[in-house]
Write a protein of this length. Structure first.
Length: 208
């Protein structure tokens, strides 16, 4: 499957969409296609109806926290009235975001997997993405799982509610900055380190 050709075909069929090929340097070389959320649903329909990617095997969430990247560059400076090339460290701040990644196959054409990505604007208030359940019904429960564990809100989902955690649970356990609770009340068979922390918590609670 030539991803660059598919990208060009989609851009011609869905005016205004923004697509980017995300390379995968691993031996699998499963390069993915990043689509902007505003055109995610239209691109998904094209992939299913025209490109014949009729099977979505799974949907995964990814958390990308904000980070600062340091890069060493060469710059020219005057040193003792002599222009010299010296090293300078330049820092770049990269905002955080969340991703939903859909793994697509074409059964008839025997193609895939094609990872299709969508990114949220941030990890705070702007965590909305369009649901692709209207295109691939198999995404329904998996989008719910991502909503539950990562906090991505899938607009247009037919039944968006928590799947694994209870309704009053706060926070998203699969985010990289998630902090475990210290009581572990949800652990029915606490043992080892978990048991020790549970006992420590109970002792503190009894002292209050």
């Amino acid at each position: 499957m030539e991803l660059a050709t598919l990208k060009s075909e989609i851009e011609a069929a869905v005016p205004g969409c923004r697509l980017e090929i995300i390379p995968n340097p691993s031996p699998s070389a499963q390069h993915s296609l990043l689509v902007d959320p505003d055109h995610g649903l239209a691109v998904a329909f094209y992939l299913r109806d025209t490109a014949q990617f009729d099977f979505c095997t799974n949907v995964t969430g990814v958390d990308w926290p904000p980070k600062e990247v340091s890069e060493k560059i060469k710059v020219k400076q005057l040193v003792d009235d002599v222009e010299k090339e010296v090293d300078e460290v330049r820092k770049t701040f990269i905002p955080g975001y969340l991703e939903a990644v859909y793994h697509l196959y074409s059964v008839d054409r025997k193609l895939g997997p094609l990872p299709l990505r969508m990114r949220t604007a941030d990890r705070g208030a702007a965590t909305h993405l369009p649901s692709l359940t209207p295109v691939w019904r198999s995404a329904e429960f998996q989008e719910r799982e991502i909503y539950d564990l990562y906090g991505i809100v899938f607009d247009g989902h037919p039944d968006l509610r928590r799947l694994l955690m209870w309704d009053t649970f706060v926070d998203y356990p699969m985010r990289r900055d998630y902090v475990d609770p210290d009581d572990y009340e949800y652990e029915p068979t606490a043992h080892d380190e978990v048991l020790a922390r549970a006992k420590e918590h109970a002792a503190k609670a009894g002292a209050l």
